[in-house]
Design a binder for this molecule. Structure first.
Ligand code: V47
Length: 362
């Protein structure tokens, strides 16, 4: 088998543990031989994680889809209360919602909401406190940086003050959503009403400074160029050099149904696998790359385990955001199914907590 010299040079650097540049990120992003790109990413993946693929037992809770922002790619949000399928749960209704779906052994609830202008800040602190009291085994991974920014502006608080109050109420970590694509050119067109790239990064910097971990994401497949994808990864890598607080990167494949960008269609298999591989190779300082099966599809998430990914996310009981945008995946997987899917790729499933402690380890 012959390998193109440009890829061979990159493979040698990866073998030697040398950091890749923006230009090398571009070679990996554009070279037609995606299989070799994946093989190179697999070197980095196996060096970090051997044969392990992580998963967790989690629930997704979205307590309101009423949202002031009108992101062009979103199928979940409703602009105003009272519009068809708009909803807002009270904290009590949220508890009932969890109660119906909770299973012993679950370790995480992932909470992401719309930017609802009708709710006071106490709604969010009450929600976290109520869940913490009723379900003490659940880690509260809650509110994207977009929501934190919204609370800060609306309630006239600094990012630090918002986060300190949420931590006091039980916040355990921040999910990675809302990063979309950092390039201002694209942000202006797809999500102009929400926090800009610098604000998103500053919020995660503050989260890390307060001692919490967080995840990071990139939405790909809308209007961005390949350069803008690599630029996004470089900005995440720079912040991670500074703080070390990101634990996982989750590439989010754009889903086209029911939103204003639907004419674009969905990312291709090449996009999906290449995104996993390039992120593994550029983000040499972020430990985990998640192949989120809900949006990649189960089969692609399995293949991704050989292209640089080492995590599948979890059981994800009742996902809404992607299903309203047309994701054809099931709404949940059982642990038995997840483990079978991981084993059939030749990887060893390991259950983890949100912060990557092994479940059952002494
Ligand atoms: O910020 C919304 C994205 C994100 C669409 O941290 C869409 O472990 C594609 O943050 N097509 C929310 N993407 C989800 C999220 C997340 C999910 C799983 C794990 C983690 C983690 C975080 O979903 C939004 C936005 O970027 N999104 N609509 C769409 N039509």
């Amino acid at each position: 088998m012959t390998i193109d010299p440009a890829l061979k040079q990159i493979a040698d650097k990866v073998e030697a543990g040398v950091r890749l540049s923006f230009d090398e990120g571009m070679v990996l992003s554009t070279h037609p031989d995606v299989l070799t790109v994946g093989q190179i990413a697999n070197i980095a993946r196996e060096r970090l994680h051997g044969n392990t693929t992580y998963y967790n037992r989690n629930l997704h809770l979205n307590t309101t889809n009423v949202c002031e922002a009108s992101c062009a790619f979103c199928s979940f949000a409703r602009l105003k209360e009272g519009m068809p399928s708009a909803y807002t749960m009270t904290p009590e209704q949220a508890l009932e919602w969890i109660e119906k779906r909770y299973q012993p052994g679950m370790t995480e609830v992932h909470i992401v909401n719309g930017l609802n202008p009708g709710l006071p800040f106490s709604y969010y602190t009450d929600l976290l406190r109520a869940i913490r009291v009723r379900f003490p085994a659940l880690h509260l991974k809650a509110f994207t940086a977009v929501e934190i920014h919204y609370f800060a502006k609306k309630f006239d608080l600094s990012y630090r003050e918002v986060l300190e109050q949420l931590i006091d109420a039980g916040l355990g970590s921040l999910p990675g959503g809302g990063a979309e694509i950092f390039a201002e050119r694209v942000r202006k067109r797809i999500c102009r009403d929400k926090v800009d790239a610098d604000g998103w990064l500053e919020i995660h910097r503050t989260v890390h400074d307060l001692g919490l971990k967080s995840n990071c994401t990139m939405l790909y497949g809308t209007l961005e160029t390949r350069e803008e994808r690599v630029d996004h990864l470089m900005r995440l890598r720079d912040l991670q050099d500074e703080t070390g607080g990101f634990q996982a990167f989750v590439p989010l494949a754009y889903h086209p149904d029911g939103n204003r960008l639907r004419k674009l269609g969905a990312p291709t298999a090449d996009d999906d696998l290449r995104m996993i591989a390039v992120s593994r190779l550029i983000l040499d300082n972020i430990p985990h790359i998640k192949a989120y099966w809900i949006m990649l599809g189960i089969k692609m998430a399995q293949v991704a385990q050989r292209f640089g990914a080492n995590d599948m996310d979890g059981t994800v009981i009742e996902e809404k955001i992607y299903h309203m945008a047309g994701a054809p995946t099931p709404h949940e997987l059982t642990v038995v199914e997840l483990e079978r899917l991981i084993r059939s790729t030749g990887r060893e499933p390991v259950e983890r907590t949100t912060v990557y402690e092994m479940v059952g380890a002494k």
